[in-house]
Structure formats: C-alpha cells, structure tokens
Ligand binder design. Structure first.
Ligand SMILES: [Zn+2]
Length: 111
C-alpha cells in the first residue's frame, strides 16, 4: 500500500491514491506527496515502536494501580516498602517513556 504525506500538516495516509482533501487540515489532493519506499519503511518501523511504547505505558499504569492498592493495604513495613518502590520505579519508567515519545514527536518521526 502506498503512503501519502500532506505537505501542509504532515498527516500520513495509507492508500492507493491520496484523499480528495486532507482529513486533518482540509488541504486539497494536490498537496499530498507520495512517500518513497525508504520513508514508508521508517513510518512502519516508527508505528511498530510506538505500539510498544503504548503497551509499556499500559502495563506501567497497571503496576501503579497495584502499587497504590498495596500501599493502601499497608499490611506491614516490608510490604509497604515493596509497593512504594514499585510505584516509584513505575513512575520513573512512565516518565522516560513519555519523554522518549516526545523526542520522536519533535523529530516528526510518527506517522
Ligand atoms: Zn493536512
């Protein structure tokens, strides 16, 4: 399948032909440029990695919820320590993930 980039807003559309108008910014068909094979490969790679980031963030949120439940449960200092540590580490990974995604967005890597 071919890919087309709107030269006005950067939206990438996967289709045999470009859309009549850009669904994001309304630019006409003539403003779409076909991506080269190399560019298509980069977009597909980026989308796959983006999905991994989304999966990771989903799991991190689950860990944070478990950690919160464990902290609330507060059985003894040992348990509390484990759940606090889990929350702290999950929060750190979440921040790293979000920062990395932001780097990609700034580079215009995501289609
Ligand atoms: Zn557009």
């Amino acid at each position: 399948m071919k890919m087309w980039r709107c030269t006005v807003c950067g939206l990438i559309v996967e289709a045999e032909t470009p859309p009549d108008v850009c669904p994001r910014c309304g630019a006409p068909r003539e403003r779409f440029a076909e991506l080269t094979e190399d560019q298509v490969t980069v977009v597909r790679r980026s989308r796959a990695t983006n999905q991994l980031h989304v999966d990771l963030l989903t799991r991190i949120q689950q860990i944070e919820a478990i950690a919160d439940a464990g902290i609330e449960d507060n059985l003894d200092p040992g348990c509390l320590g484990v759940f606090r540590k889990a929350k702290e580490m999950a929060s750190l990974v979440r921040q790293f993930g979000k920062a990395e995604i932001q780097v990609h967005v700034n580079k215009g890597k995501w289609g």
